[in-house]
Design a binder for this molecule. Sequence first.
Ligand SMILES: *Cc1c(COP(=O)(O)O)cnc(C)c1O
Length: 523
Amino acid sequence: MDINEFKEFGHAAIDFIVEYLETIRDRPVLSSVEPEYLHDLLPSEMPEQPEKWQDIMEDLKNQILPGLTHWQSPHFHAFYPSQSSFPSIVGELLTAGIGVVGFSWICSPAATELEVIVMDWLGKFLNLPSHFLPSGQGNGGGIIQGSASESILVAVLAAREEKVREMKIKRPELTEGEIRSKLVGYGSIHSNSAIEKSGLLAATKMRLLDADETSIMRGETVEKAIQADLAEDLIPYICVTTIGTTGTCAFDNMEEIGPVCKKYSVWMHIDAAYAGAVFCLPEYAHIMKGIEYGDSINFNLHKWMLVNFDCAAMWIKDAGKLTQSFNVERIYLDHKYQGASKAPDYRHWQLALGRRFRSLRVWITFRTYGQQKIREWLRKHISLASLFLEYLATDDRFEATGQSLALAFFRLKGDDTLTRKLLDRINDRKNIYMIPAFYQNKVIIRFVICGLDPVEKDIEYAWNEIKTVADELLAENEAAEKLQIKLSENAENEIETVKDKVNFVTENISQSFSICEQEKTVH
Ligand SMILES: *Cc1c(COP(=O)(O)O)cnc(C)c1O
C-alpha cells in the first residue's frame, strides 16, 4: 500500500466509523452468529497475493460486523462500560501513525514525559493523596498499564518482593524459598477475578474473605484472617480492597482496613477500576475515606473516562519499590539519563518491556473535554441509572435492589428462577444486554449505563423491553399456575368419583353379603 492508497483507506475508515457509530442504536446489541461462523466464511490460509483495501472493507462489513457485540451501543448494559470518545479514537489513530515504543526515557522522551504529566493531571483531578503524585513530596508516581489486571498483578508482585526483602532481614533463620511459601494475600469474596488470578500468577496464597450483607469487606474480617494466618506462621503481605466491586459496585471499608494493614505491615492496594472515575466529584468524597492508607491504586480510564481500551491508570506511593523489584539491567538498555526523577524508565514498572504511547490519547481526550465536561458527563450517567429506577418503581412486580453510581440492580419479586428466566429471554431477544450477579444471596440483574452517548430515550427503550418480556413471562407463569390449579381440581374431582365408585361397590358387596346371609338362614 502506498501513501496515496493509505490516504484513501484512512478516509474510508473514518467514514465507516462515522456510519457505524451513527447507526449503532439501530443494531441488535448482541450478535446472532453461532460459534465458528467465521471459520466457515474465511479461507484457511492467508492470501498469497495482495488484496485491495476496498475488498477488505467489504468483508469487514459483511463478515466481521455481524459477529460483533456492540460495546459502544447505549443498549449495552452488561459488565461495566468500555466507553470510547471521538478525541480518543483520533488519538488511537495518531498513536499508530507516530508508532513509537517508550520503554525508557531515551526511547521517546515525549512519550515518557507526557505520561508523567497526564498521570499527575489525572491524580489531581481525582483528588488522590499527594503521596501518589509525581509532583508530590515523596517518591510517588503514575503509569498507564494495559489493564486493571496488569496493575493489580504489578502491585501484588511488588508487595511480594518487598515482603521477601523485609523477611530476609527479620527472619534470617528462614530460607528464601520458605519465606515465599508462607506468603498470603487477601481480597474480598466480591473482588474481581483478577485478584484471585494475581495470587495464582504470583504463586502465593490469595484468600477471598467474606463481606458483610451489603457486599462490603470490613476491617475486622481482614484482621481476623491476618491473625489466623500469623498463628499458622504464615506471612501476610498484601490486601486488595475494592472500591466498586464488579457485581454491585460496593465499596470495601478502607477506613477500617487501612489501619489493619498498617498494623501488620501489609501492603494495601486499591482496585477502583470502575468507581475511581467519581473521585473527581465532590459529592462522592465519602467513598474515598481511608484512601490515604493505600500503597497503590488502579483506575481504568478505558472503563469510565472516555479513553478507549486499553488505558489503565495506576499510581504507587513509593515507585522505588517497583524499580527495586523488577530492575533487570542489560547493556543495550542503558542510557545516560537513567534515574532522573521526572523521567522514569517505565520498563521497570510493568510486565512487558515494550509499551504503547497511551498518554497521547489521554492528553487529547482531556484537552478536548476539560474537567468540567467530564464531571457533567459522569453525573449524567449516574442520573440515567436513577431514571431507570424511577421507571422500575412504577411497576410493583419488580424489586429495585439498589443503585451505586451508574449501576442499578433489580429483580422480579418471587424466586430466583423467575429473574433468571427474565434475563435469559431479554438477552435472547438481543435488543438490550445485561448480566446477572448475586446480592444478599439472591439473583439480581445489573443495569449499567454504557455506550458512546447514552440518553434518556435509551433508558425508556430498555425499560419497555424489560417490561414487555416481564409481561409475557408473568402471563405465561400465571397461565401455567392456573393450569396447575385446574389439573389439581380435576384430580380432586376424579378422586371423588373414584371414592363414589368404591362406596357404591362396597355397598353392593355388603348388600350381596347380607342377601347371602339371609339365604343361608333360609336354607
Ligand atoms: C473491570 C474490573 C477489573 C478488570 O479490569 P481489566 O482492565 O479488564 O483487567 C478489575 N477490577 C474491577 C473492580 C473491575 O470492575
